[in-house]
Design a protein around this ligand. Sequence first.
Ligand code: ZN
Length: 523
Amino acid sequence: MHDDGFHVYDTTLRDGAQQEGLNLSVADKIAIARHLDDLGVGFIEGGWPGANPKDTEFFRHARTELDLKHAQLAAFGATRRAGAKAADDPLVAALRESGAPVVTLVAKSHDRHVELALRTTLEENLAMIRDTVSHLRTEGQRVFLDAEHFFDGYRSNPAYALEVVRTAAEAGADVVALCDTNGGMLPDELADVVAAVAEAGARLGVHCHDDSGCAVANTLAAVSAGVTHVQGCANGYGERSGNANLFTVVGNLQLKRGYDLGVRLGEMTRVAHAVSEVTNVAPSSQQPYVGTSAFAHKAGLHASAVKVDPMLYQHIDPELVGNDMRMLISSMAGRASVELKGRELGYELSGEKAKQVVGRVKELEASGYTFEAADASFELLLREEVEGARTRFFTVESWRTIVERRTDGTLMSEATVKLNAKGERIVATGEGNGPVNALDRALRLALERIYPELSALELVDYKVRILEGTHGTEARTRVLIESSDSTGEWGTVGVQDDVIAASWDALEESVTYCLLRAGHTPA
Ligand SMILES: [Zn+2]
């Protein structure tokens, strides 16, 4: 465990899981907790045991299946009911029995919410906080308090909001996290409130939502104003516009403010993507620090300067967060970016060779190709230019596909491919829910016996675009395919008059690249 001076508190499994379309199983939660622990966060809020059966289950599994190296688990729950005793409240009992060393209690701090939502008196709300915090403390758990709607409450009744903070701290809460539950605050006003509350003497934390687009900025402003506990979610998950992105917060604090939070930033890009694999939410390529575009350069002019000194055009060295500088290949790119991209792939391109590649790229782009999302196609092109021959593991004799509409109205596609690999002639047939799917199956069926690695190949995404014809030429079809195996993803492109032919080209390159990655030597 890292020292207690500054808390990095993750709430992906509780607040982040509120995101629309995000549905985590117990196994998913365990997997995400492991990734966050690997990264080195201090606290992982696992959910609300007692209130949510899946969360009760999570804490039970966590006891035997989670061997956390850095983080401590926190159970989230509410203060006792009005008019009862904390010791007799079944929901408080569930927190006690969760086995979590830390309990984070949510309490109302906005007077109108106490009266309208909780339907109790302001006095009783304070008693509920006092009783529940001190009960859990006596039973041996560490207690943090989330002061819900704190900033709006402070605006409505500052004296009462402050009283909530004081009551919790006096009852033994180690941290009172001020929550911008509605997410509408702006950094300067939020910082003013934090500074005023800091005088109450309690250790403060902050929990921000991104409804004004300021969750990260608000969190940083709160840190400047004195909080020593920050809450947030992996990849900024959360309901509505999301919670503060914990990765961005931590990147900023460690790299720009010099905090040592014990977070292994070099693992951050990997962890961000691993978590999005589990949540099945496509990662944003533009996400600060960890997005695939976060350090990608496009313009040619720009690229020549990047070659001289990369730090002229990036705010940090991408390696610090486990990301890398990716050069996008586009018609704007000049020789410098091709040389750089070549070096990234392990090729030293002489001036003449680089010029030749730029020529090829421009020519292909003019006929409809794009390499920005087709890194694998670009690498194959580069290899061809450098080695003087196309990388091939098989040669295609022919392929064909048919689509059949049956009397019952269903559609069925079938494809046959004929090819030669390792001196063998292979004929294979595949069926699928469409002609491209059938071709993909037939191609793999033909090659899998010789190259078993292909069974791990998956098509992740398939995009078709019809390109307008220009200068009297016909419209053409561009297909982009995103593929993956167990260790990474790559993109390929095909451009033809016909959509199936374009798809075949992209498929063939995807399979070729997969075999290259697997370490095979071209035939
Ligand atoms: Zn929240």
